[in-house]
Design a protein around this ligand. Structure first.
Ligand code: ZN
Length: 315
């Protein structure tokens, strides 16, 4: 039986642009890394001290609107969830991510530019088995009417339910088995969204300073979609929540074999769920992937022609 091996990138690839919340520009370079390295950010604009920030759940600082990693020396990188989702969805387990600013470029608000950038060269197989995290018993966390759950399963399935007062969003539910490149095909081009009512409040608090409706975020106002070009999917918001969940779950340190259920959940709650999973005795175990597991991991079977092209609005 052929074992699933760890992957890295075939070649370095760079992205640049402002961050969604800080508005600060940054250049980010994804660099191939050896087996066992994991995904690690490195702040190249900081000269002294420990500038490496491993992409791990236990380094997440509580932040309501994005996922921010802070290393033990206090060096941070913000809004990592969309690049983490792209790497997980393409099956990349090892990469060094050099970045010369405090926040990952928001690009078009989705993971699609990252997926296209990674897959234009493809992934490189390393001769070491991949480690997955198998959920062995149900774990649930709840806060303020939101809930996030992980259930045992032999594959990663993401299920999400949202319920917004805005008529243009309303109730949306979706379930997706993450095998066979489904992340790239179904989720990766769904963009960050927010409500018009939240925009001014966020900007007064120094957030969303790099947000440009229609360019890197979808803004909803009652029954209206404020961004001019419309939506890429009629249920783009729930798809984006699933994208965020994949990115946040990737901070486990490897692929998860389990069923994630998010009900109005956000970044902070998904991180609380991972903390609960690893704190609960017997709830999860690390497994070296065999051939059968390998066929069920995100990124397996991903083909270029299924990756959405740029600027595709259908709804
Ligand atoms: Zn997001």
């Amino acid at each position: 039986m052929r074992r699933k091996v760890q992957n890295t990138l075939k070649a370095s690839v760079a992205f640049e642009g402002p961050g969604l919340h800080s508005g600060q520009p940054a250049r980010m370079v994804l660099i191939p890394a050896p087996a066992g390295h994991g995904i690690v950010f490195k702040r190249t604009d900081i000269a002294l001290g420990n500038t490496r920030i491993p992409a791990r759940w236990d380094l997440v600082e509580r932040s309501p609107l994005c996922t921010r990693l802070v290393n033990t020396s206090g060096v941070s990188v913000s809004t990592v969830e969309h690049i983490m989702a792209a790497l997980a969805g393409c099956g990349v387990h090892n990469a060094l991510i050099e970045i010369d600013g405090p926040e990952v470029p928001i690009v078009d608000g989705s993971s699609a530019p990252f997926v296209r950038g990674i897959m234009q060269y493809g992934v490189h197989r390393l001769g070491v088995p991949a480690t997955a995290y198998e959920v062995l018993k149900p774990v649930t966390v709840e806060k303020d009417g939101a809930r996030a759950t992980l259930l045992p399963s032999d594959r990663l399935t993401i299920e999400f339910h949202i319920d917004f007062a805005e008529a243009a969003i309303g109730r949306q539910s979706k379930v997706l088995d993450m095998r066979n490149g489904s992340f790239a095909r179904e989720l990766c081009d769904s963009r960050t969204f927010c409500r018009q009512a939240d925009v001014e409040a966020m900007q007064a608090n120094g957030l969303a300073l790099g947000g440009v409706p229609g360019e890197n975020a979808v803004v909803f106002d009652g029954e209206r979609v404020v961004s001019g070009a419309g939506l890429r999917h009629s249920d783009e918001p729930v798809r984006h929540k699933m994208l965020d969940a994949l990115g946040d779950l990737a901070l486990a340190g490897g692929p998860i074999l389990g069923r994630y259920v998010g009900e109005r959940a956000g970044h902070a709650l998904t991180n609380t769920l991972l903390r609960a999973l690893f704190a609960e005795p017997g709830a999860v175990r690390a497994v070296a992937c065999d051939a059968a597991m390998s066929a069920r991991l995100p990124g397996q079977g991903l083909i270029w022609s299924e990756i959405p092209a740029e600027q595709r609005c259908v709804a």
